[in-house]
Design a protein around this ligand. Structure first.
Ligand code: ADP
Ligand code: MG
Length: 709
């Protein structure tokens, strides 16, 4: 047996357990070893019973005086009660519905129990404590130590996982250490075997931290190696030199109904300066919702077109792609630039000579792109994944895609002789340290100024007793001709199960179904009970792109008063007449995301409002939401999110494949810069990693994975 052996061969895994493990994504011994605890219960201190405090967690060590099962009166529940003494005092351990325990625990045995101390019928008790019979084993697993707690699934508890992982640790000496010796020495890192053992069963907090550091470091080091190697590859190819045409750019701007903000001018200038060089630009533009990023991107692409090169402009959704197409046409129509929209539901080309839009067949449009007959192509992510080949791709624009930008662009290179410039744009400000991890040394531009005419959006956290007032207010706004967005609560990937003990991991399909259910319920409620005389529409992910588009268009055309939608920011569309953003279950969203939703209103001339309804009773949740009332700075909100919720929100926790323990390290600047320095060092001496075959193999695997995403 080895690390890659199927988990079914491991001692203790029967068919039932096997299914549960598969559910958690654990297929091999190695997978199990890399299934890290999500937290630890500190049961390391043994408390004499006389010092045990009611209501507090502790571990008690003693001898079993008696153990017996009883049946609870009029219920089908079995209760197992064990009396335990530490020589001076006694305590009762009580377990529910685990009658088999009397086979594991016997009178006279030494035992540890860990849990919360209670009091019942004049006796100290512990309900459902973790327990461990102390036979001749030198070391405890479930009590009397830092006890690892894992993400569980119904029928597979942390106790089971600990038992299985203990068995799997017999194979830990087979783990291959991919971090070179000299780096481990320099950075004082554990070897992988010790790190894995200690991440599961640390003797103390120091060991736990050492293990975490080592595992995080490896993650960061690999990311940095990947970024650095991709960058080297990109450098081998030149980038097209784009000569900025200032007169031409000024002409375009002069036809706009407004002037650029200073921030927009500054950022446009930075971009044009970058593209003038023969080396590929890698720039991230961060600007709050509504700061006018699209326009800056379009002006950049106009200069690229003027130089005879093409631009691929990718938006996160079809609706947004189609909105960008409309804006591109509006801004660039008189400047001899041909513009295409290519999504699964729409194929359009704007012909500048005819000043008309035609709708070619997909193959024909692809041919046009392939022959450099189109200057600017708007679409979704599939633009680069489909078999679309650009003849002269000069610039790639990614709108709202925070991914591993550099590596992604390396993937684009396959067919190209030169590297296109890369411009990423985001309204979720990515803090500097995170950006370094995800993108390597990219350049960042800030659009830190809003267009002048914007009114501040009035935000209110609405307590349950004020809900009616909010509805009345909304009704009044609608009667004045305004429109309303309603966002339904976010559906979590994990739901607590009914027994409150384990979490159930939901599949994407289940999540989608729950989302649709939430939208339908909200729609029913609003359209039938609350606003029976208003026109309400709903939007969710199950609808076909065309249906979504139609609903959005109808909403824009004021055929509906209220639009109920899931959180998929498919509402990213400009509806200047919408002035109210109402969010249900706002406490389930990150502040950045709430800010994004809020940015969907306040785009027209009227005063706009954002109402936040919440579900949680907790004070922290309310306090967190309250910040939205006073703060309208997306950057501040993002920093706050990062502090409170960790970096998962920014990198897409579920997609990034980065383990939770390492996630935290992604915002540890010292560790990041260590990893970066080490990666650069090693590549300087050995650019092809000839002396590090294991590292090389790992990096290649990561590259492959990104290519196929
Ligand atoms: P975001 O940065 O969120 O992507 P958009 O690019 O969608 O913002 O811009 C929002 C709106 O503001 C658009 O309708 C756009 O035409 C308009 N806009 C852009 N720049 C300015 C400006 N300097 N002054 C006034 N309005 C502007
Ligand atoms: Mg935008």
């Amino acid at each position: 047996m080895n690390l890659e052996s199927p988990i079914k061969n491991l001692k203790g895994v029967n068919l039932k357990i096997l299914k549960k493990l598969e559910h958690l994504g654990i297929k091999t011994i190695k997978d199990l070893l890399f299934y890290f605890p999500r937290r630890y219960d500190d049961f390391s201190v043994i408390t004499p019973i006389k010092y045990a405090k009611i209501g507090e967690q502790c571990t008690i060590s003693g001898e079993v005086l008696s153990i017996a099962n009883t049946r609870a009166y009029r219920s089908f529940m079995t209760i197992t009660t064990a009396k335990i003494t530490d020589g001076e005092n006694t305590i009762q351990a009580i377990w529910y519905n685990q009658p088999f325990l009397i086979k594991n625990i016997h009178k006279g045995q030494k035992i540890n129990i860990s849990g919360k101390v209670g009091y019942q019928r004049k006796s100290l008790i512990m309900q459902n404590p973790a327990y461990e019979v102390l036979d001749s084993k030198p070391e405890t697993t479930h009590t009397g130590r830092l006890v690892p707690v894992y993400k569980e699934t119904r029928g597979l508890t942390s106790r089971w996982l600990r038992f299985l992982i203990k068995n799997a640790l017999a194979f830990s000496s087979l783990l291959e250490d991919i971090i070179p010796e000299q780096i481990k020495e320099k950075r004082n890192l554990l070897n992988i075997k010790d790190a894995i053992e200690k991440i599961h069963f640390p003797q103390n907090r120091t060991e736990q931290n050492q293990a975490k550091k080592r595992i995080s470091y490896e993650e960061l080091f690999l990311i940095q190696l990947l970024i650095q190697t991709s960058k080297r590859k990109l450098k081998e190819y030149g980038a097209p030199k784009i000569e900025p045409d200032i007169e031409f750019t000024k002409n375009i701007i002069s036809l706009l109904p407004f002037s650029l903000t200073d921030a927009q001018k500054k950022v446009l200038w930075q971009i044009l300066k970058d593209m003038e060089k023969g080396t590929p630009m890698n720039r991230l533009v961060e600007g709050d919702v509504g700061s006018g990023k699209t326009l800056v991107a379009l002006l950049s692409s106009a200069n690229v077109a003027k130089n005879g090169w093409q631009t691929a402009f990718m938006a996160p959704t079809e609706i947004l792609a189609s909105q960008h197409f409309a804006e591109a046409k509006k801004v660039l129509r008189d400047f001899n630039i041909s513009i295409a929209l290519l999504t699964s539901s729409e194929k359009k080309v704007y012909e500048p000579e005819l000043k008309e839009i035609c709708s070619p067949k997909k193959q024909d449009l692809i041919k046009m792109i392939n022959n450099n007959k189109v200057d600017l192509v708007l679409g979704t992510h599939s633009l680069i994944q489909d078999k679309v080949k650009f003849k002269k791709l000069g610039l790639v624009i990614l709108d709202e895609q925070h991914r591993f930008g550099v590596a992604q662009r390396a993937a684009l290179l396959k067919e190209q002789k030169t590297t296109p410039h890369l411009l990423s744009m985001t309204a979720t400000p990515i803090p500097r340290t995170l950006a370094m991890t995800a993108y390597g040394d990219l350049d960042i531009s800030l659009i830190d100024q809003m267009p002048k005419n914007r009114k501040k959006i009035i935000t209110k956290v609405v307590p349950p007793q004020k809900r009616k007032d909010a509805y009345r207010f909304i009704k009044n706004e609608v009667s004045k001709g305004r429109q309303v967005f309603v966002i339904c609560p976010k559906i979590e990937h994990n739901m607590p199960s009914s027994d409150g003990q384990n979490e159930i991991k939901l599949t994407q399909r289940q999540i989608n179904n729950l989302k649709i259910k939430a939208v339908k319920e909200e729609y029913e409620k609003l359209s039938k009970k609350i606003f029976p005389d208003l026109k309400v529409a709903m939007l969710h992910g199950k609808l076909k792109p065309k249906e979504k588009e139609n609903i959005m268009q109808d909403f824009k055309d004021k055929k509906y008063d209220i639009l109920v939608s899931t959180s998929v920011v498919e509402v990213g569309v400009d509806v200047p007449n919408a002035t109210i953003m109402m969010i249900e279950g706002a406490d389930r969203f990150g502040l950045s995301q709430l800010h994004q939703f809020r940015g969907r209103v306040g785009r027209g001339e009227h005063q706009s409002y954002c109402f936040l309804f919440f579900e949680s009773e907790s004070e922290t949740a309310k306090t967190r939401l309250k910040i939205m009332e006073t703060c309208s700075d997306g950057f501040k909100l993002a920093e706050y999110d990062l502090k409170m919720r960790g970096p998962g929100d920014f990198l897409g926790k579920n997609q990034s494949g980065i383990p939770d323990v390492a996630m935290e390290a992604l915002i540890n600047p010292a560790l990041i810069s260590d990893a970066q320095e080490d990666a650069k060092d090693i590549l300087k001496k050995d650019p092809d990693l000839k002396n590090y075959p294991k590292l090389k193999e790992k990096i290649e695997k990561m590259e492959q994975k990104i290519h196929f995403e």
